[in-house]
Ligand binder design. Structure first.
Ligand code: AMP
Ligand code: MG
Length: 319
């Protein structure tokens, strides 16, 4: 488990061009020195991530935001200060110190300040911003514990264990285009909250900007290695070897395994347990196919359904 020496050891590895998986409040990240192109290249290799998928750069202070970006409108700084540290990534014009490999050649960079003491301490001790996508193999389930990382990336230089992550799904991503703020990926910070704190004269939109590639928006992503089906109404019968994931206590049909992400339908709990419940079903050899209950698509439910649909993309709706 976590202690200060572990963070120091991890920082030493980052500072020397190695890879460290580390906890954030959203999911575990696979980090490298964001200013070292060779180190960042190792992230793409280990994750088997296509080079067109840009990485988020994690920072511990606003000084780094200033160094890593340029032409940032001063009026959005108080807005960013409201949400940072926190599960929000902002895509801004990048400065020259950011190697192109980090941003997949885009002239913008995604910046985030994690609301996790271990993550920020790691960045501070490393002395550099840390480029980090989620610590999973490309396309597979995101990790919300050190064990999930170990399962997919056993060869990472070091795993900094900070227990289970609290938010459980990846950050909300936004970008700015003049006075328009656009949602690139839904997360626990909702459009309603973002709109509330936007500077005077700014508008918010969820429409996609064609010129921006945000591969987190690919239709298939975050998938378990077993068929996954989403249902609205609980079917009366399930085939043998079914794993069932529910978000509210209810009478359940006979299944091989049943997991409740929440007993009350609390969406914060559902988000926190979503990937973890899918990992458990993936790891259970008696489960051959997974059935997961849908949630209402508003508020945080938008982000939860986004992840669920991507995880289930290859499969037709539940019968
Ligand atoms: P991951 O950390 O694995 O969830 O991946 C980070 C995601 O952030 C990418 O898949 C993109 O969707 C998004 N992203 C990072 N940088 C940028 C950028 N410069 N422009 C648009 N999207 C970005
Ligand atoms: Mg990811």
């Amino acid at each position: 488990m976590h202690n200060k020496n572990n963070t120091q050891k991890a920082a030493h590895i980052i500072a020397n061009g190695g890879l460290v998986a580390f906890p954030t409040e959203t999911v575990y990240g696979l980090g490298a020195n964001a200013l070292n192109a060779e180190a960042v290249a190792k992230i793409f290799a280990l994750k088997e991530r296509p080079s067109f998928d840009p990485l988020i750069v994690h920072i511990d202070t606003f000084d780094w935001l200033e160094k890593l970006t340029k032409n940032t409108a001063p009026e959005i700084i108080p807005f960013l200060e409201h949400f940072m540290p926190g599960p929000l990534t902002v895509v801004l014009e990048k400065s020259d110190i950011v190697p192109p490999i980090v941003t997949s050649g885009l002239n913008t960079v995604g910046i985030r300040m994690p609301n996790n003491d271990i993550a920020r301490e790691l960045i501070r001790l490393s002395g550099c911003p840390i480029a980090a996508p989620s610590a999973n193999k490309f396309g597979q389930l995101s990790p919300s514990s050190a064990a999930h990382v170990r399962k997919q990336l056993p060869n990472v230089d070091y795993i900094l264990d900070g227990g289970n992550t609290q938010v459980g799904i990846e950050s909300t991503i936004i970008t700015f285009n003049d006075k328009e703020c656009t949602l690139l990926r839904p997360g626990i910070i909702t459009p309603e909250e973002i709109t509330k704190y936007l500077p005077e004269g700014y508008t918010f939109t969820t429409k996609k900007i064609e010129s921006i590639i945000a591969p987190g928006l690919l239709q298939s992503h975050y998938s378990p290695k077993k068929p996954l089906f989403i249902f609205d109404t609980l079917p009366e019968n399930f085939p043998p070897h079914s794993g069932l994931i529910l978000h509210k206590t209810m009478e359940t049909p006979i299944v091989e395994r049943c997991i409740f992400t929440s007993h009350t339908g609390n969406l914060v709990e559902v988000a926190a347990q979503l990937f973890s419940s899918l990992h458990t079903m993936e790891d259970d050899n008696s489960v051959e196919h997974i059935y997961i209950q849908a949630v209402a698509e508003n508020g945080l439910g938008v982000a939860i359904m986004d992840r669920m649909k991507k995880a289930a993309f290859q499969y037709k709706p539940a019968p």
